[in-house]
Design a protein around this ligand. Structure first.
Ligand code: HEC
Length: 290
């Protein structure tokens, strides 16, 4: 009886595993986002998917053993602060989180105090709406009060919050790197010849990595040396794009280092546990005839 019950349970488990394997295969095979864009015809031919061998940010955080390079994260933060923060918020990050990048308490406090946009607050005496300086415990403030204000300032487009951007796009870090570092090119002549209506409308900018090819964001990184790095790294457009992509990878996953470390610790533990289990098995069956 017991035998039959366990056989049925076993068959059930195998069926569930087989079913999920089947759907994984179907899902991977049908992942159209991994191929090319299938939107408007002009985009279909000229959109370049930020795919690995094509353009690769080569961040040290990639791969199984990947770890953040703190100096690179600090440089990326500097690019974010001096360039992107004019339009984009990172509202899920708190100033004190910057300690993970190697800044000490004093530096974090100074960054918070000196941040251009202040925190909204209410004057406790009068009830009047006011602002106050940022504290290390505050999250980075929003750049615009709401979407209406954001649209008004950006040609009717809302600059999205960047905290999770590298998770929200396929090949996120490479995408950000390619989009701001190598995406703004002249509109190819053969595209215009073939699709005369596809001319980039006024106020938008042609970007070969943006899905519909015309982005409302003006090129943010326009020349080498736009940011002065303190660690002697040469601030080329490529380097700044790479560094800001690294920084936005961190904002989306600040605990990547711990996660990678924990994986190997668990594997090590399981390995030791295997030997222990084998030893116990030998011990228990020691006096039995096989
Ligand atoms: C002048 C304002 C401005 C600046 C400065 C700016 N952006 Fe943007 N950004 C925008 C706007 C507006 C959009 C929305 C574009 C759209 O939807 O067409 C956008 C969109 C984006 C997107 C999302 C694209 C997508 O796939 O939806 C990313 C990523 C991005 N910006 C990264 C950056 C980075 C990194 C920097 C700094 C190096 C930066 N931006 C600086 C205005 C700006």
């Amino acid at each position: 009886m017991i035998r039959w019950i366990s056989a049925v349970i076993g068959a059930g488990i195998v069926a569930v595993l087989g079913w999920s394997l089947l759907w994984t295969i179907v899902g991977v095979a049908g992942d159209s986002s991994a191929k090319t864009w299938t939107g408007a015809p002009a985009s279909a031919e000229h959109y370049v998917h930020a795919q690995r061998p094509l353009l690769n940010a080569e961040l040290p955080s990639e791969g199984l053993f990947g770890k953040y390079d703190l100096r690179q994260l600090q440089r990326g933060f500097q690019v974010y602060k001096e360039v992107c923060a004019a339009c984009h918020s990172i509202r899920l990050v708190a100033f004190r989180d910057l300690k993970q990048l190697g800044y000490d308490d004093g530096q974090v406090k100074a960054i918070a105090q000196g941040w251009q946009i202040e925190q909204p607050s209410v004057n406790p005496d009068t009830g009047e709406v006011a602002t106050r300086k940022n504290l290390p415990s505050d999250h980075f403030p929003l750049v615009f009060a709401n979407d209406v204000a954001a649209r008004a300032a950006n040609n009717n487009a809302v600059p999205p919050d960047l905290s999770l951007m590298t998770k929200a796009r396929h090949e996120g870090p490479d995408y950000v790197y390619s989009l701001v570092g190598h995406g703004y090119v002249n509109q190819p002549a053969d595209l215009l010849a073939k699709f005369p209506d596809a001319k980039t409308p006024k106020g938008l900018h042609y970007n070969q990595y943006f899905a519909n090819l015309n982005i409302a964001m003006p090129p943010p990184l326009t020349q080498d040396g736009q940011v002065q790095y303190l660690d002697g790294t040469k601030p080329t457009v490529d380097q700044m794009a790479k560094d800001v992509a690294a920084f936005l990878t961190w904002t989306a996953e600040p605990n990547l280092d711990t996660r990678h470390g924990a994986g190997f610790a668990v594997l090590g533990f399981l390995l030791v546990f295997c030997f222990l289990a084998y030893g116990a098995y030998q011990n228990v069956w020691r006096n039995m005839k096989h």
